[in-house]
Design a protein around this ligand. Structure first.
Ligand SMILES: [Fe+2]
Ligand SMILES: [Fe+2]
Length: 258
């Protein structure tokens, strides 16, 4: 089974482009085209958050329009740059959108994928609520043998870069205890840090994805460079491909030309 992880496209409506010096609509369009022409074709795509740059309704409309060209299902994760109510109205088509957290399970081809919601509205860092953690614990215990992949925006553990680690999931202790009690959990796919990391954690591996918008530097440029540009590289957009088999998983990165 093959899945593609797109992350952090940071879309704004056309009149507010470019974003951080990039036309993020064009970059997401290029990613969608590249995904559609992969061989083998992915079974589905997971977009691990920061779908939009500021959570605006018209930005989500743009995301929906571009992702509509994907030839396979796309599962959606919320990031800190998103907003639940516009997301639910535009992306989920809810007439009276709630502000409820958005998390669910997909079972496909003998694998289980769990989409989590770490958005803590108004904050860059992530946070999970008790009811979602209760749900996750029960969900994982339900089928203890099923090869499981979790998809979430904020990394739940250190990526080893101080400025990024200040912005990851807060209060992760209970989540990590749930992970450690779930040997069926093999992979956790995260976004947020705009950089590909591969971090072993006990029996599982946490993978982060490069961004469809701009790539972050591990070491910000010294002055006179200023934020936010001191944090970016000129590297082209990229996405992650993950191939799953009963024996395990393999991953590669696919870089788009700049
Ligand atoms: Fe992001
Ligand atoms: Fe983020």
């Amino acid at each position: 089974m093959r899945i593609v992880q797109l992350s952090d496209p940071h879309i704004e409506a056309p009149e507010r482009q470019p974003v951080l010096g990039r036309n993020t609509i064009t970059q997401l369009q290029d990613a969608v085209h590249a995904v559609n022409t992969l061989s083998p074709v992915p079974d589905f795509v997971i977009l691990t958050g920061d779908q939009t740059n500021e959570g605006a309704h018209d930005s989500f409309e743009q995301v929906k329009q571009v992702l509509g060209r994907l030839q396979m299902t796309c599962h959606l994760v919320l990031g800190n740059h998103d907003a639940r109510t516009p997301f639910r109205r535009i992306m989920l088509g809810e007439d009276t959108p709630s502000s409820d957290r958005y998390y669910y399970t997909v079972k496909q081809n003998g694998y289980r994928f769990i989409i989590l919601d770490t958005l803590d509205e108004g904050k860059v860092t992530g946070l999970m609520d008790k009811s979602q953690l209760d749900w996750l614990e029960a969900e994982l215990a339900e089928e203890e043998e099923l090869f499981t992949v979790i998809c979430m925006h904020h990394p739940p553990i250190s990526v080893g870069v101080d400025w990024m680690d200040a912005l990851i999931l807060q209060e992760p202790e209970r989540l990590l205890r749930i992970f450690d009690a779930s040997p069926c959990l093999k992979l956790v796919l995260c976004g947020h840090v705009h950089h590909p990391f591969q971090i072993p954690h006990n029996e599982l591996t946490i993978l982060t994805a490069p961004a469809i918008s701009v790539q972050f530097r591990k070491a910000p440029l010294p002055p006179p460079a200023e934020k936010p540009h001191a944090l970016f590289t000129d590297a082209p957009p990229a996405f992650r491909i993950v191939d799953l088999s009963p024996e395990g998983w393999e991953t590669t990165l696919h870089h788009l030309s700049s």
